[in-house]
Design a protein around this ligand. Structure first.
Ligand SMILES: [Zn+2]
Length: 104
């Protein structure tokens, strides 16, 4: 299993299949690879083995939403986890156009 970090956020809409309102978990590969859970407003760290390198200003990294924990529904969309320096400031759905910024 690859190592990644997890951003845990309130689910914006209940699961369309089962109505679950459990938190949404978005996996991303940036910073320490320690399987940590983060919420919006927390900062990632750079200890141990890392992915990428620290950046300043606002930028996004690709995020992979986990399937619904109740029914397993996986809607196959990608997210952008938004950073300001080391701080996670939010996330948004990824658009095809927006994915070009990840070629780094
Ligand atoms: Zn569900």
């Amino acid at each position: 299993m690859g190592l990644y970090s997890r951003l845990v956020v309130p689910r914006p809409l209940p699961c369309p299949r089962c109505g679950s309102q459990t938190d949404l978990v978005i996996q991303f590969h940036f910073g320490s690879k320690r399987m940590q859970n983060f919420s919006t407003g927390s900062a990632i760290d750079w200890s141990g083995r890392t992915e990428g390198s620290p950046r300043s200003g606002r930028f996004g990294v690709v995020g992979y939403p986990e399937p619904c924990p109740s029914c397993g529904r996986d809607d196959d969309t990608l997210c952008v986890v938004e950073f300001d320096g080391d701080e996670i400031v939010g996330y948004r759905a990824a658009t095809e156009e927006g994915m070009r910024e990840f070629e780094w």
